[in-house]
Ligand binder design. Structure first.
Ligand SMILES: NC(=O)c1ccc[n+]([C@@H]2O[C@H](COP(=O)([O-])OP(=O)(O)OC[C@H]3O[C@@H](n4cnc5c(N)ncnc54)[C@H](OP(=O)(O)O)[C@@H]3O)[C@@H](O)[C@H]2O)c1
Length: 297
């Protein structure tokens, strides 16, 4: 499996997005055993990066659901899971009546980290990503709180998610040069809008994790990406691989800092997606695929 750098560690160039097993657009969930089998399939395929979050749960009162599935899958996998890198996130709230909110306060983030440590069954979180900006608070202050959790040793590295270039710059300034490990933004043929953040991360040696890299779950999402984006299907047909692999190979080719985290509810999905690391697209193919979704050189 091809490797990329995340928080100073080598991880598989394709990660597993564990979210759809606990939260997805069409509310179809695998059984607990099937979810664990899907994580095992990822590990068997050489995936050593798993992305989760505290809010990934079928309902507000089950927060931590996805983190606990990941933890159990790592405990029960037949291989050596000690090298697997698990990232989680916090800063979005869910409460009674399925009310969603944001909380970037120091007290909330500390409590959230402590709960995630418990759910994941670890003493330190390898990479903690601040999930979405709380617009009531100053972004730099939130980064200061995260830096405090890092200094205390509760989290080894800090990342941010759903961030603009300006927010990335603030995070760099507060956390210190080289200490912002990652940015996780939506990026796919369906949503190429984060290309500026992707390029900024490439120029500043920050890992960029495209979320919903295939276009998400539900109608018109990852399962059907080849129907909606013909250029990717055509390259896949010519090479005898799935359009999903071509999408992921294209994202990998955009910059060596890109580490896509495709979601899966079925073992077959992640087993296929992981194969994208073997596809070497030509510069012309990458440019043509980029142009097909409105990205110019
Ligand atoms: N930071 C954030 O705010 C944020 C927001 C959303 C998501 N995320 C992260 O991004 C991850 C991925 O996003 P996502 O799950 O929403 O969308 P996605 O990765 O774009 O698409 C997942 C869907 O694509 C299908 N799929 C995946 N690989 C396939 C393959 N090789 N062949 C056919 N179908 C395939 C899956 O099918 P099956 O269901 O049949 O397996 C699933 O329905 C999440 O798990 C989460 O970790 C982060």
């Amino acid at each position: 499996m091809k490797q990329r750098t995340l928080a100073g560690r080598q991880v598989s160039a394709i990660g597993l997005g564990a979210m759809p097993m606990s939260m997805n657009n069409d509310n179809q969930f695998p059984s607990h055993d099937d979810a664990v089998a899907t994580v095992h399939a990822a590990l068997d395929a050489g995936v050593t990066l798993i992305d989760t979050a505290d809010i990934y749960a079928p309902s507000w009162d089950a927060m931590g659901h996805n983190e606990r599935i990941v933890a159990e899958a790592l405990r029960t996998w037949s291989g050596d899971s000690s090298e697997v890198f698990v990232t989680t996130k916090g800063g979005i709230t869910r409460s009674d009546g399925e009310k969603w909110g944001r909380n970037g306060s120091a007290a909330y983030l500390r409590e959230a980290v402590e709960k995630s440590l418990d759910n994941l069954g670890v003493d330190v979180i390898e990479l903690y990503q601040y999930h979405r900006p709380d617009r009531w608070l100053v972004y730099g202050d939130i980064m200061t709180s995260l830096a405090g959790l890092q200094q205390e040793g509760l989290v080894r590295a800090v990342g941010i998610s759903n961030a603009s270039v300006e927010e990335i710059e603030i995070a760099q300034q507060v956390l210190g040069e080289g200490n912002l490990a990652s940015v996780q933004n939506e990026f796919s043929p369906r949503h190429p809008g984060s290309i500026d953040e992707l390029r900024y991360c490439g120029e500043h040696d920050i890992a960029f994790l495209p979320w919903s890299p295939l276009g998400g779950t539900g109608g018109g999402g990852g399962r059907n990406v080849g129907d909606r984006f013909e250029a990717f299907r055509e390259v896949g047909d010519a090479r005898g691989v799935s359009p999903q692999q071509v999408v992921l190979a294209w994202e990998l080719a955009l910059d060596p800092h890109v580490i896509p985290i495709p979601g899966a509810r079925r073992p077959a999905s992640i087993t296929d997606s992981a194969q994208a690391v073997h596809i070497e697209l030509s510069d012309d193919e990458v440019a043509a695929l980029s142009r097909s979704v409105g990205i110019d050189d």
